[in-house]
Design a protein around this ligand. Structure first.
Ligand SMILES: [Fe+2]
Length: 370
């Protein structure tokens, strides 16, 4: 017998998360699934996802690209074409699904759906409690939060946070959500992130007040709190550390670069919030312990405004500022109280969670790591 470097049990540990990924992505029999992977993606992660896709009766095609620096970069043309041809794109470290022109084209012109795996593409993400969170519990929570947030046009949104945020906004034409995958029916044109659990207003209207951010997706934890003054949905002043100049460099001279295109918060208590990594994982945006405000282009959200500038990158300009332990009310109803989602406290959610173990354990919050 020769030496065997592979532990035969490794794949079994990844399969519940991989199957959940394929399930949330709505992968079905006969679908053409493109797995867009980074060359640095763990081979076992790719293997587990391929197995999950095959188990759903779909045909996988794998394409590798070198890792990008930070988030999102345009794919080479052959990959861009493959994205348009696929029914479902599973992005495993490639960072092409999201804020890229190729993604907008694939989703909105060719009706593909794109679901990005939270980076980095290592076994840890598929093994995480967030990735194994039961889909049924997830969908019950989403349904309840949707019912709370889809209030009539003009209903008052109020956000405060532990660091001093105080902003008001209004529900815009009852529009809220984040892709049909959140509700269990990933559909053509959907952009989504796995593990999921993100919800909000896309966009809200009449945003006014002060937003205090402890972190930005791209910069990680900020050197000091970054403070936006927002008037009529436009950022009119930014205070803070070195990140202020970096944000200005990105948005100055770009029409709608300072526009608030989303107020979003997390739904999945199991998701990791690790403030010590840069860039922040998308998983951190998907815990109720955080709320983020996005500025820039609203196309990916099917929002009404596009950013406009002189270079290609402004077409997909988008930046998320993060706050910890938010409190959110919509139409006077409490949705989140200091990072705790009201829906999770309901009897309905506890009853469904009990099918998967001790509800207190299933629904427990993963502690924030600073
Ligand atoms: Fe965003």
């Amino acid at each position: 017998m020769g030496e065997c470097a592979v532990n035969p049990h490794d794949i079994a540990e990844l399969m519940p998360g991989a199957l959940n990924y394929a399930e949330f992505a709505g992968v079905g029999p006969g679908e053409q699934v493109l797995l867009a992977a980074s060359t640095e993606a763990d081979p076992l992660v790719v293997q587990a996802i391929l197995a999950a896709v095959a188990a759903k009766g779909a045909s996988p095609t794998v394409c590798y690209v070198p890792p990008t620096k930070g988030y999102f970069s345009e794919p080479p043309p052959p990959l861009a074409e493959a994205m348009a041809a696929a029914d479902t794109i599973l992005d495993v470290g490639a960072f092409v699904v999201g804020h890229t022109e190729a993604c907008l084209r694939a989703l909105f012109e060719y009706a593909s759906k794109g679901i990005i795996l939270c980076p980095p593409p290592t076994p840890a993400v598929l093994k995480s409690k967030g990735a194994r969170f039961p889909a049924e519990v997830h969908h019950v929570i989403s349904k309840l939060v949707f019912a709370q947030c889809q209030k009539p046009d003009g209903s008052l949104i109020h956000v405060t946070s532990a660091a001093g945020t105080d902003i008001t906004a209004e529900v815009w034409r009852s529009k809220c959500g984040h892709g049909a995958a959140e509700m269990g029916v990933a559909a053509p044109g959907d952009f989504w992130v796995f593990p999921g659990g993100c919800f909000g207003f896309l966009p809200p209207r009449n945003v006014n007040g002060t937003a205090v951010f402890e972190a930005f997706t791209g910069y990680g934890r900020t050197s000091e709190p970054t403070v936006f003054t927002i008037r009529d949905s436009l950022i009119v002043d930014i205070q803070g550390g070195w990140e202020v100049a970096a944000i200005h460099q990105r948005i100055d001279g770009v029409k709608n670069g300072n526009w608030i295109c989303e107020i979003m918060f997390g739904l999945n208590p199991a998701n990791d919030v690790d403030m010590s990594v840069t860039p922040l994982s998308l998983q951190a945006e998907r815990s109720p312990q955080t709320l983020h405000i996005g500025l820039g282009d609203g196309t990916l959200n099917v929002g009404p405004r596009r950013a406009q500038g002189h270079t290609r990158q402004w077409k997909v300009l988008h930046q998320d500022g993060f706050m910890l332990y938010p409190t959110l009310t919509v139409g006077g109803e409490s949705v989140i109280e200091r990072g705790r989602l009201a829906a999770i406290e309901t009897e309905e959610v506890h009853r469904v969670a009990a099918k998967y173990g001790d509800p207190a354990e299933v629904l427990s919050y993963t502690p924030v790591r600073m």
